[in-house]
Design a protein around this ligand. Structure first.
Ligand SMILES: [Mg+2]
Length: 126
C-alpha cells in the first residue's frame, strides 16, 4: 500500500507541482482546495501526511489544522505547513500552532521528498 498524502492548497499551479512530485515518488495523492475540504478529506482518508497551505479563501490552514488537532480522531495526523516567502521569520508560530514542520514555497523538488521521508519514517506502518 502506498503512503497517502493530502495536499491542501488553493493555488492550482502549486497543487500541480506538488502533485507531480509526489506521484513521481510513488505516493497516493489527494487534493483539497481550501481548509474546509481539507478537514473533510483528512477525516475520510486519514492520510499519512498532510501538506497544508496557510493562506486560503474560506477556512485557512491555521484554522483547518486547529480543527484537526482538536478532534481526537485526527489529532495525531502529521501536518506540514506550506509557507510563503512573506512568512519567513514566522516559522516558530507554525510549530507553536501545532504543525509538525513547515516547508517554504516555492517547494524545492528535492527538499520535499526528503522532508516527507523524514516524517513518514518511524511511522507505525513501516
Ligand atoms: Mg494559498
Amino acid at each position: 500500500m502506498p503512503y497517502k498524502i493530502l495536499i491542501v492548497e488553493d493555488n492550482a499551479n502549486n497543487r500541480g507541482l506538488l502533485w507531480d512530485i509526489l506521484v513521481f515518488h510513488g505516493y497516493e495523492v489527494s487534493v483539497a482546495t481550501d481548509g474546509q475540504e481539507g478537514v473533510t478529506l483528512a477525516r475520510e482518508l486519514m492520510p499519512d501526511l498532510i501538506l497544508m497551505d496557510i493562506q486560503m479563501p474560506g477556512m485557512d490552514g491555521m484554522t483547518a489544522s486547529a480543527v484537526l488537532r482538536g478532534d481526537p480522531a485526527t489529532s495525531s495526523l502529521k501536518i506540514i505547513a506550506l509557507t510563503s516567502f512573506a512568512m519567513q521569520g514566522d516559522q516558530e508560530k507554525f510549530l507553536a500552532a501545532g504543525f509538525n514542520d513547515y516547508l517554504s514555497k516555492p517547494v524545492n523538488t528535492r527538499e520535499l521528498p526528503a522532508l516527507i521521508d523524514r516524517w513518514i519514517q518511524g511511522d507505525e506502518h513501516l
